[in-house]
Design a protein around this ligand. Structure first.
Ligand code: FAD
Length: 308
């Protein structure tokens, strides 16, 4: 492979660097340049939303952004990694590692089964999904719930880390300044008695965008023969302009005993914690509200079953 530079109509330039250094050089020369991997978001913006990007940098061939590795504490996934590749990698990791370590891996792998079709997954990247920050992203609620961290690099090569749950700032707005790009994702192993689960409801089972989706995690500890909630994440997609943390519900759950009474109480709190107004974009408000509750109900049953 060679680094490429192509000149298109109307002065559009398209670069394809092969090394991170070369990409960062281009980013410092052209801070406004638009990165592109699978083009499944950028292409729609250009063709249907009239977006104009005079300088495009394809990061499909940058080695550092395509790397995936297994570390002592979890996985590192390069931002250009295609979703099909990620799926294959997760399946391998799940088969090799201890079961309690891979609860997050299994949730992501399961969610990928219902993510777009094969053609899209073969080209679409993890980083493209994260940086688009779609409120209906199927994966972002899971990165947030799974305590994932994002490594971000600026055009000088300085790297900083931000927790996935703090990365999404508003409607399609993320914590990346000009010149910064997403380098990789760190997905920590889940711990013993830590359970992560994915949810997605759409009109069709296959190749459809979610009405509501979710990533949930609970870490329970046994104290004097009671199972107490020691850490918890309840994140929803499709109910707000961003992937939404049900914070009141999380706060309520902390320190409580994981039992049937807790389920009833939590459903009451959760009802008011997801602020879907009557005129919320997307419609079907009652149905979507009931989905947020039924996902938690399913999560409760699933976790209880896993614990036994
Ligand atoms: P691109 O279009 O190449 O890029 C998207 C954005 O990310 C751009 O703004 C780009 O500049 C930025 N970007 C890319 N890499 C970086 C980086 N390293 N640093 C900073 N910014 C970066 N999404 C779902 O969640 N679930 C679905 O089921 C689903 N189904 C779909 C079905 C179809 C038919 C289509 C067209 C899309 C679907 N999507 C779905 C949305 C989309 O496929 C995903 O968001 C995909 O992961 C985007 O990846 P990409 O590589 O194509 O992004």
């Amino acid at each position: 492979d060679l680094p490429l530079k192509l000149q298109g109509f109307g002065g559009i330039r398209w670069y394809r660097p092969l090394k991170l250094d070369a990409l960062l050089d281009l980013k410092s020369l052209y801070p406004h340049a638009k990165l592109v991997v699978g083009n499944t978001e950028v292409g729609i913006e250009i063709n249907f939303k009239n977006a104009q990007y005079p300088i495009l940098i394809s990061v499909t061939h940058v080695d550092e952004l395509n790397a995936m590795s297994i570390k002592e504490n979890g996985l590192v996934i390069g931002s250009s990694v295609r979703l099909s590749k990620l799926q294959q990698f997760l399946i391998k990791v799940i088969a090799e590692r201890h079961i309690h370590e891979t609860s997050s891996c299994r949730a992501i792998s399961e969610q990928l089964k219902w993510f777009a079709g094969k053609q899209v997954k073969n080209v679409a990247s993890v980083g493209g999904n994260i940086c688009t920050a779609s409120p209906i992203s199927d994966l972002n609620p899971l990165w947030m719930a799974a305590r994932a961290e994002f490594q971000i690099v600026d055009s000088k090569g300085n790297i900083r880390t931000v927790l996935a749950k703090n990365f999404f700032l508003g409607y399609r707005k993320v914590d990346l300044s000009q010149g910064e790009i997403l380098l990789s994702i760190f997905l920590p192993w889940s711990r013993n008695f830590e359970f992560v689960k994915e949810f997605k409801q759409s009109h069709r089972r296959e190749d459809d965008i979610a009405l509501v989706n979710s990533g949930m995690r609970v870490y329970v500890k046994e104290v004097e023969s009671n199972w107490l909630v020691s850490d918890v994440s309840i994140i929803y997609g499709g109910v707000a302009p961003i992937s939404l943390t049900a914070r009141k519900t999380e706060n309520f759950l902390m320190g409580k005993t994981w039992d049937k009474e807790l389920l009833q109480e939590t459903l009451k709190i959760l009802k008011d914690d997801v602020p879907l107004s009557g005129d919320a974009p997307g419609g079907m408000v009652e149905f979507r509200k009931s989905l947020t509750l039924s996902f938690f109900f399913k999560f409760f049953l699933w976790v209880t079953q896993q614990m036994n």
